[in-house]
Design a protein. Sequence first.
Length: 150
Amino acid sequence: MPTYSLHSRVILSAPLAEVFPFFAEARNLERLTPPWLRFEVLTPPPIQMLRGAKIDYRLRLRGVPLRWQSEITCWEPPVRFVDEQRRGPYRLWKHEHLFTADGANTIAEDKVEYSVPGGSLIDRLLVRPDLERVFAYRRAKMVEIFGEEA
């Protein structure tokens, strides 16, 4: 099963003490996800973010309704957490969120390791372009919320 990786990085003009709590609130993922995915958190609040927490979602991918469940497999506030797909469209989905203080700013990084049914052709034609769009939207929303380093 071939695996692929994606890396996204943005420098936000907000301190780590402000940025990490935003990401510690699972419902904020709805704000960071493009509207065309019709993404919705299904797990009722409050969601306690900690290792072992499972979160259920619903979305539409290319018009197809999907359910997704992720599990928080690493929780190291305020610098890192990892979520892994337990049920969903990928064969493998491991998403590491990293936060580094940089003076008054915060470097926010996403590192994703994933695998898709259909292998490299499906990844190149469908999955990778969609992921690039999703993470570009995510970076833009983070900048909108927190500002970008000047």
